[in-house]
Design a protein. Structure first.
Length: 282
């Protein structure tokens, strides 16, 4: 299993990294559009849309991304989009986690399906805009999510259950602990501080997300980083909730050893639009 995970991860990196660092952004945008479309296909399966509905969802998601490209929204979109997307994610995430697994199933099926497709398109659009701002900016947002996940895992393994008597969301993801969440926040803060320092030392022309936050002062940067760390956990919990509602362990088997596309990008779905929302404010 571990060998399979490593092979799949290396194969993904071999495809994604050259596209990410290419001087022409189109290979990266095209590749990520296909990945988001695959995520839309998985979303249809998780919501019981059947084979035809799942493929239709992938096509709709591609069409929405194509419309955004045609409107040049990958370069500049109305800032209100990110304010709406950010507010929607905060409210939707809080509502879903509060209502639990059973609450999700009470939504009309078509509404659940289309909301997911729209949020997937917004995540791709946020990624495209972040890439337009520079590889340094996009990578810093991606690393924020990865740092939150990695530090949460190790803090949870080491201290889970020692500081807090209750789990984070036992009905959704029994393995997650409050200690892990705090560890993830600590890790994000540490990585952000180091990254911003490297940006300053190298006098980079395209600033990272971290540097842009710290330029506003620590009283802006620290709450923003804590908020982003928390929302990465929300993205993870939301996808776990939907999978439990569907009775599925993984969103698909597209990535051997890893599960599906949504299993890999769940925490990015809220954090990418929220990064663009914070950018419009600062």
């Amino acid at each position: 299993m571990l060998k399979q995970r490593i092979i799949t991860a290396l194969a993904m990196l071999a495809v994604l990294l050259p596209a990410l660092f290419a001087s022409n952004p189109w290979p990266f945008m095209g590749l990520t559009m296909l990945l988001i479309a695959a995520g839309a296909w998985e979303w249809g399966r998780l919501n019981g849309m059947g084979t035809l509905g799942s493929w239709l969802g992938a096509g709709i998601c591609l069409a929405l991304c194509g419309m955004a490209l045609q409107s040049d929204w990958h370069l500049h979109s109305p800032p209100q989009i990110w304010l709406v997307a950010g507010g929607f994610w905060v409210l939707l995430g809080a509502w879903m986690i509060h209502r639990g697994v059973a609450g999700w199933g009470r939504w009309p099926q078509n509404l659940r399906w289309f909301v997911g497709l729209f949020l997937l398109m917004l995540a791709w659009l946020a990624m495209a805009q972040a890439r337009h701002r520079g590889v340094n900016f996009l990578l810093s947002v991606l690393v924020l999510v990865w740092a939150a996940d990695v530090f949460a895992y190790f803090f949870g393994r080491a201290f889970g259950g020692r500081w807090f008597a209750v789990k984070l969301a036992p009905g959704i993801s029994p393995g997650k602990s409050w200690e892990g969440v705090l560890g993830g926040m600590f890790g994000v803060g540490l990585i952000a501080w180091i990254w911003a320092g490297v940006d300053s030392a190298l006098a980079v022309s395209h600033l990272s997300f971290f540097s842009l936050l710290f330029r506003q002062g620590w009283w802006i940067a620290v709450p923003a980083l804590l908020f982003m760390s928390a929302m990465s956990v929300v993205g993870d919990l939301v996808e776990s909730l939907v999978k439990r509602s569907a009775g599925m362990k993984d969103s698909s088997a597209l990535l051997p050893g890893h599960g599906g596309i949504l299993d890999r990008v769940d925490a990015l779905l809220p954090t990418l639009p929220l990064a663009m929302m914070l950018l419009t404010w600062i």
